[in-house]
Design a protein around this ligand. Sequence first.
Ligand SMILES: NC(=O)c1ccc[n+]([C@@H]2O[C@H](COP(=O)([O-])OP(=O)(O)OC[C@H]3O[C@@H](n4cnc5c(N)ncnc54)[C@H](OP(=O)(O)O)[C@@H]3O)[C@@H](O)[C@H]2O)c1
Length: 228
Amino acid sequence: MDEQKTGSPYVVLNAAMTADGKISTRGGDSRISCEEDLDRLHRLRSEADAVMVGIGTVLEDDPSLSVRRVKGGNPIRIVVDSQARTPSEAKILNEEASTIVAVSNRAEEQEVNRLRSSGAQVIVAGDVRVDLVHLLEQLHEREIRKLLLEGGSTLNWSMFREGLVDELLIAVAPRIVGGEGAKTLVGGEGFKKVSEGIELKLMHYETVGEDLLLIYKVKGSARDPENK
Ligand SMILES: NC(=O)c1ccc[n+]([C@@H]2O[C@H](COP(=O)([O-])OP(=O)(O)OC[C@H]3O[C@@H](n4cnc5c(N)ncnc54)[C@H](OP(=O)(O)O)[C@@H]3O)[C@@H](O)[C@H]2O)c1
């Protein structure tokens, strides 16, 4: 685990993507990874201090984000959820691991209390949407040094735009699903010009089962352990 001193955790974004760039189908099916890639994902989780997703992913996929396929401890689970919409029965609130729900000042007090009584810790960051820079600083204060970001599309965009992603792992599955509305790896507003885009450096690639794993570093990341 790389000890970071910049007040923000080292962030690794991992995603399973089809060969046409989708992370789920138009029907919301995101079971893209092969079995070997799922093993790799669970290993990655076990090596992280925390794993983070957006509320869109919780509502669509209801993930538990626990480590089940390999031996290892569960990371803290984090949901980015401005309005405290995480359902009380969501698997992310089960007792397998501890959970932080990050809300903004927009969240109703009653909903925040509901989440607290469901066992979640609540962090308030931001007025409208969750202020991700502020959130990551608070996570760093809680000794979270390595954060695994597991999407979805909208949160991935915000994390890149704020310069908070350090490493990107994409497992490309040999499949095309199409669909204009199907979620891509990074959604959000997007950049107008290619030259404005986030620059990556390809560090490594290998096959994992039938998938192709691509490992990139984000160029200029202040939290690059090699630049510490
Ligand atoms: N293949 C894969 O690896 C993979 C992994 C994960 C997800 N997915 C897929 O991705 C899809 C979900 O993606 P999504 O884009 O709909 O949802 P998402 O990125 O999971 O969550 C986005 C939501 O997070 C909340 N949020 C709060 N603060 C934010 C901020 N500062 N920036 C961005 N979002 C913020 C917003 O809702 P509020 O305003 O209500 O807070 C926003 O709509 C699902 O279909 C899922 O299956 C695929």
